[in-house]
Design a binder for this molecule. Structure first.
Ligand code: SF4
Length: 349
């Protein structure tokens, strides 16, 4: 959905500014699914837009619905790259997890997306279209999307400009109007991106996937640690914090026998206190098994880990994985899509 391209065209065609407002409203508030559904526009203008700008750039090719209300959709870009989007329902709250890339180059060992490799960067419009899909789903329960997390497929800072373009589209007060603070960008610790974001006027949230308190543990899970080790990531967090005064979210996936021992919790607490006391919130995440060879931490170990963070006064929360009865871990559904695509291509040959 190239909303900004459509708005630029209206200006180029000399249309009055209220036409832009009608397009914004039709797309983001009425959640139209085609230019023809933007009924406030004249018939001839709709026809012109149909000719000039594709309304949808993504095609949905699979959707899975969990008993807990989580919905996961797999889309394809016009040039056939798969991506996935997850809508989560927590009581009244609706959160969408969007992808910034098809696949990912960073190859984290616990991640199904990492096993795919990188397909390509998504455009800001393709990321925005995922939000519009989720908004339509949420509307069915009379709800609005309250939060967007860029935590689906891809490393957002490998696609910095388009990710920021998406954030501006989502934040546009005359459009969907999502508060910047309701948008979280989650990075695997790509330091140049953290530094760039620190200088942005847009107050989006920053989340860092750490998953280990030292280079030994983190390095075994995340190859990116060779490029930016724990010290480099923490130094970037310190700079970000000094520049913005904003709290940083640390994502920590609890993996049985890998990073969930009491000494890991102790080291994590020390690391965060030394970097920026009071500057972090740790999201502990219960692992949703993929094909990779890891298991979720057992409740007793999670309890001990949390008790240590509590004692060390590290602000934290535990995120239960959603959609355990569907392929809801990052990349699982799209990986299945890639396999299906390859087998279709083999059959066609
Ligand atoms: S966890 Fe994120 S950064 Fe790592 S491979 Fe998966 S998508 Fe890429």
């Amino acid at each position: 959905m190239q909303l900004d391209a459509a708005l630029a065209l209206l200006a180029e065609w000399g249309e009055p500014s209220y036409r832009s407002a009608q397009v914004r409203q039709g797309v983001t508030r009425d959640l139209a699914t085609s230019w023809d559904e933007v009924s406030t526009l004249s018939k001839s203008l709709r026809a012109r837009l149909v000719e000039a700008v594709p309304f949808a750039e993504l095609t949905m090719d699979d959707v899975q619905r969990s008993k807990d209300g989580t919905v996961k959709a797999r889309f394809r870009t016009a040039d056939d790259f798969p991506l996935e989007t997850v809508l989560m329902r927590h009581g009244e709250r609706r959160t969408v997890c969007v992808s910034s890339q098809s696949g990912c180059a960073l190859a984290c060992t616990f991640c199904a997306t990492g096993a795919m490799g990188l397909g390509r960067n998504l455009t800001g419009g393709e990321i925005f279209e995922q939000l519009l899909w989720a908004a339509r789903e949420a509307r069915v329960d009379g709800a609005r999307i309250g939060n967007v997390v860029l935590m689906g497929m891809g490393e957002p800072f490998h696609n910095y400009d388009e990710v920021l373009r998406f954030c501006r589209l989502a934040n546009d007060a005359e459009g969907y109007g999502l508060a910047a603070r309701s948008i979280a960008i989650s990075t695997a610790g790509w330091v140049p991106g953290i530094d760039r974001l620190a200088a942005e006027p847009l107050q989006v949230k920053l989340a860092i996937s750490l998953h280990g308190p030292d280079d030994e543990v983190r390095g075994a899970l995340m190859p990116v640690n060779k490029r930016f080790d724990v010290a480099a990531v923490m130094a970037a967090c310190r700079r970000y914090r000094e520049a913005t005064r904003r709290r940083i979210f640390i994502e920590y996936l609890l993996l049985d026998g890998v990073n969930d021992a009491p000494e890991h919790a102790d080291r994590l607490a020390r690391l965060l206190h030394e970097t920026a006391p009071g500057g972090f919130h740790v999201n502990l995440i219960v692992y949703n098994p993929t094909a990779a060879d890891y298991r979720a931490s057992v409740p007793a170990r999670i309890g001990t880990f949390r008790a240590i963070l509590e004692r060390r006064k590290i602000d934290h929360s535990l995120r239960q994985s959603r959609g355990r009865d569907i392929d809801a871990a990052c990349g699982q559904l799209a990986v299945r899509g890639v396999r299906e695509l390859r087998s279709r291509q083999r059959a066609a040959r």
